[in-house]
Ligand binder design. Structure first.
Ligand code: NI
Length: 166
């Protein structure tokens, strides 16, 4: 296992739409293990493959620090099939270090995906898990938290953040 480099805004790869996983092989298993190690090493609750430079529809999530009944989830080709409610809460991203913002997300979601062995699974999520899953699935579609800000807030963010990075 290895800790991978996390791509940071404004890296172009973070804007791209990831491709579905079609082959579950040794290479994919290694990527999954490396993503898990990278997520824990960064104290994150989730990580999507594009964040480590791989444009595949693969995410890892572990919200057990805040939700005692949860554990590590590895999801291949995840899809939100249904949702209920809206909830506003603070959110950050490992690819946008040092920035957090309040974002509205679906309160409860239903997901269909495949586990790391290729077995179909269905998940019902609320609380932090629901938020983390929506955040990571956004990454698979090339969407960052800043893309969910109003145009004015996004522009203010860009000016401030890119200045800080210089
Ligand atoms: Ni993120």
């Amino acid at each position: 296992m290895a800790v991978l480099e996390i791509r940071k805004y404004p890296d172009e790869i973070l804007k791209k739409v990831a491709e579905p996983v079609t082959k579950i092989n040794g290479e994919l298993q290694k990527l999954i293990d490396d993503m898990i190690e990278t997520m824990y090493a960064s104290n994150g609750v989730g990580l999507a493959a594009p964040q480590v430079g791989v444009l595949k529809r693969l995410i890892v999530v572990d919200t057990s620090v805040r939700q005692k009944n949860q554990s590590l989830l590895v999801l291949i080709n995840p899809e939100i099939v249904n949702y209920e409610g809206e909830v506003l809460s603070e959110e950050g991203c490992l690819s946008v270090p040092g920035f957090t913002t309040k974002l509205s997300r679906k309160e409860k979601i239903y997901i269909k995906a495949f586990d790391r062995k290729g077995k179909p699974i269905e998940i019902e999520a609320d609380g932090l898990l629901s938020r983390a899953l929506q955040h990571e699935i956004d990454h698979l579609n090339g969407i960052l938290i800043i893309d969910r800000l109003s145009p004015l807030k996004k522009e203010l963010f860009r000016r401030k953040y890119l200045k800080l990075k210089k």
